[in-house]
Design a protein around this ligand. Sequence first.
Ligand SMILES: [Zn+2]
Ligand SMILES: [Zn+2]
Ligand SMILES: [Zn+2]
Length: 437
Amino acid sequence: MFQSQTRLFKGIECPSIKQKKKCELPHCIFSHPRAAAATAVKRVKETPAKAAPPPKRKVVFSPVMLDHPPAQHQLRLRYLSVIRDKLEEVKCNDPEAKAMELEKQTAERSTAGTYANNIRTLVREILRGEHNEGAEEAREKQAAKSTRLKYREELAKLIIPESKLSKRYIIEIPSGEVEEDNKPVKCDRCGAMFYPTEEAPVECHFHLLRRNYNLEKKKLEDVFPCCGQVLGESNGCELRNTHVFKLSAPSELHKAIPFRTVPDTPASSKWLFGVAIDCEMAYTSKGMELIRVTALDWDSGDVVLDRTVFPSGRVLDLNTRFSGVSDLNEGTTLNSVHYPTLDFESALTALFEYVGPHTIIIGHGLENDLQTLRLVHNLVVDTAMLYPRHATRTHSLKQLAWTYLSRNIQSGEHDSYEDAGAAMDIVKADIRSRLKL
Ligand SMILES: [Zn+2]
Ligand SMILES: [Zn+2]
Ligand SMILES: [Zn+2]
């Protein structure tokens, strides 16, 4: 994937070197210190030299031999040279080979009387840009390739520096003991304190939606958008018989389900340069857990992964209003292929087919997604931290999608495909406007 572009991002230290003091990628695009580079060279030397490929026999530039040529060899050669020169003028890829092919075709269908005339017609066609499909295609391919490289380069420039990232993200595998095992936690819906181990049914009153922020009054609205009730009117419009909680201390999260970095083995040929990720989560007996993960390729915009995931704890609330997931047994459908729900480990394995140690992850408020995936990965482009530029407070993805893309998202249930796509497109829109692409 990015094996072919050596040291594209010289300014960014290789994440593998930083985390593991070594990088196995043969043509890593990130910066390596000298010592590591030397090891890489040595390893190459140790592999036995491949047999040299047989030398290509150079085709002699000359008219193709025919049983019944319409003209003498000397005349055909002169015309052939003219054809080649004209092809060169229109920037043909391989003018000599193309000239030989075109002269042969013309000679084959010509007689001594029509040959010269047919050659003149051919030359006019060449100058009009006919017979030059290859060059056109090659130019388009080249243009697409350089655009892709430009976008990759710009994406890499947007990686949040670790000093900033550390303010919101867990940037290394947590260590340290968890103080107490059975201590009361705060319900994430109603705010009541409770013991997660207690099984007795409770009354959890809450509002489905939080109050909106009023920009003019610079405070929260009094009305709940879910039901129209005014603050203090009731305890909430919803009633459930369990409380729910969310772990936030890194060591507690790590104890419930351990964190890891993206493994560098097995290496996958499908590792992407950049990937937009969005996760859906649910409340379980272990806190907030992953129930759906969606990943989109930065280069193509295609969905590469969209799977529902069984959490390891007992489900307390699927959060359907936000997660869009109402039945975990349903699985997902992508390009008319049905994918059954995975367990957490298999979901990560599936993700690591596309996400390698050097893959840049794009998303909105990714600290939550990475936390649920239990991933420590510091190559992050986070739209919540980047846009709008010079903002003093965080804007929602819904707001940004409207401002940058005139796109109305999250009008009903949330959809991780829609959200990941919006975050990716916001970054692309920013790059496009800055580069005037
Ligand atoms: Zn590297
Ligand atoms: Zn309500
Ligand atoms: Zn509660």
